[in-house]
Each structure stands twice: as C-alpha cells, then as structure tokens.
Design a protein around this ligand. Structure first.
Ligand code: ADP
Ligand code: ADP
Length: 238
C-alpha cells in the first residue's frame, strides 16, 4: 500500500478557476517525490490539499489506504492522520510565531497533538529534536528575530518532526535562504529522511534541488501533470 495516493484530484477556486486538474500520484513509504512547476502551476494548492488545509472538488486522497479527502478540514485537525502528515513552510522566519521562543515553537505541535511525555522527558525530547536539526540548547531560548534564516528553517523542521510524522510536505523549504545555507538545510533534510525513514513531498521550482534530493518527480503545468517518472529519466539530457 502506498503511504499517500492521490487519485484524479480536482481543485476549483471560488471564481471557477481550476488550479488542479485531474492530478494523480503515489508516494511510497520512505520515498521522496518532487513536485516541480513554474509559479502559478498549482504546487501550493496540491500541498494544501494533501495537508487538508483546503477541500478538493473531486478525486480522492488516500493515506495508508484510508480516504482522508472526505474528512472535513475541521475534523481532520483532530484526526490521527493529522500528526502523520506535517508541513514545513517556505518562509520559516516569517511563519514562526514572533512571540514564541524556539523552544515553545518546537514543543507546540506536540502539546497540541500528543502524546506528551511528562516532566523531564518532554524537555529532553525537545532538546534531542533540536539537536538532530543542528540547534544547540542555548538556541532554544531565542526568538525568531534573534536567529538567522537558516536557524529559523531548522526550528520549522524541528516543529514538524517532533511528532514523528510519516510524511513531510516541504513547500520550497529553502527558497528564502542564501545558497550556502540552502545546501546545509538540504543536507539536513536528506539525513533526516534516511535516519527516520520519512517520506517527502518536496515542492520546488528548482530542478537541481529536486534532482539531488528526490527519487521521482512530477512536473506540473497549469494544474495538470505533464511529465512524471524517476528523476534519472526525467532529467536525462535528450
Ligand atoms: P504555485 O504554488 O505553483 O505557484 P498555486 O497553487 O499557488 O501555484 O496557484 C495555482 C493557481 O491557482 C494560480 O493561477 C493562482 O493564481 C490560483 N489561485 C491560488 N489561490 C487562489 C485562490 N484563493 N482563489 C483563486 N485562484 C487562486
Ligand atoms: P495560539 O492559540 O497558541 O496562539 P495559534 O493557532 O495562533 O495558537 O498558533 C500558534 C502559533 O504557531 C501561530 O501564531 C503560528 O504563527 C505558529 N505556527 C503555526 N504553524 C507554524 C509552523 N509550521 N512553523 C512555525 N510556527 C507556526
């Protein structure tokens, strides 16, 4: 059974615009699927559909064989799958709560979704998770404005992995970072996937990044899949 299966998914916005048109793909356990396309091609809409932030008008989304597209977005927030699918935002520095320390940002999803280990074990888990993304314990007391873009990106990743998800949706996670930091964060994501056996849906407009990190990729144009396959095949020079 694939971890995630999307069948003939359709999303139309209120104005009738069809942003996602008959899109199907699977992600197998441990696999990294790249989702490539120009700006406006429907990448963010697909990642929001899979995270159940928006409702599709047609098609099906199956997670571990269970349909999740029919769970209303509100109920999905409390569903068990909510914890298994986590999202890493594009602009980490901008999406962190400015009034939260790194510690509070990282612990927050765990407090919401549980199970919450008690006492000392909770702090130990936060510190261990921070450490696994390359953040020192001192860093945990800082606010977003006291951290670099790369450090904020690491906090965003730590928040996502602390609940041990099976699937990470990464929406241009390094787009706001400068090139050297970008390479560090990509190396981190690569290592985390190996160590934790997570699957990724990796959204990017950058072919080089997708080629480095992903096993397979789909290319979107105007909401439709125009190409799909193994990265080795898709990116081979003609
Ligand atoms: P990408 O992430 O590839 O840039 P998006 O998924 O953000 O693409 O957008 C796909 C298309 O849907 C774009 O043409 C965009 O203008 C349109 N779109 C996105 N959000 C809305 C909305 N809330 N209402 C109407 N159209 C939208
Ligand atoms: P509260 O009632 O605790 O304020 P909110 O629903 O407002 O709860 O969310 C808590 C905060 O977590 C939000 O202000 C938001 O900025 C922040 N947040 C949500 N998602 C993320 C994320 N992926 N990374 C970092 N911060 C996030």
């Amino acid at each position: 059974v694939p971890l995630l299966e999307v069948r003939s998914m359709v999303k139309e916005y209120q104005n009738g615009f069809r942003a996602v048109d008959d899109v199907s793909f699977v992600i197998r356990p441990g696999e990294c699927l790249g989702l490539i396309g120009e700006s406006g091609s429907g990448k963010s809409t697909i990642s929001r559909l899979v995270s159940r932030l928006v409702d599709p008008e047609g098609g099906e989304i199956l997670f571990n064989g269970t349909p999740i597209s029919t769970i209303p977005a509100e109920a999905f927030y409390r569903a068990s799958q909510r914890r298994q699918i986590q999202f890493v935002f594009q602009d980490a520095a901008g999406s962190l709560n400015p009034r939260y320390t790194a510690y509070r940002s990282i612990v927050d999803p765990l407090l919401r979704m549980g199970p919450v280990p008690d006492g000392e074990a909770l702090r130990a888990l936060v510190v261990r998770t921070a450490c696994s993304v390359g953040l020192s314990e001192e860093m945990l007391e800082r606010y977003p404005h006291q951290m670099s873009g790369g450090q904020c990106a690491r906090v965003g990743i730590a928040r996502a992995i602390i609940v041990s998800p099976d699937l990470l949706i990464l929406d241009e996670p390094t787009a706001a970072l400068d090139v050297l930091v970008q390479a560090e964060v990509l190396a981190l994501l690569e290592r985390l996937r190996r160590e934790r056996g997570m699957s990724y849906l990796f959204v990017s407009h950058d072919l080089h990044v997708v080629r480095m990190l992903c096993d397979r990729a789909i290319i979107l144009r105007r909401g439709r899949i125009v190409e799909a396959g193994r990265c080795d095949d898709i990116f081979r020079a003609p």
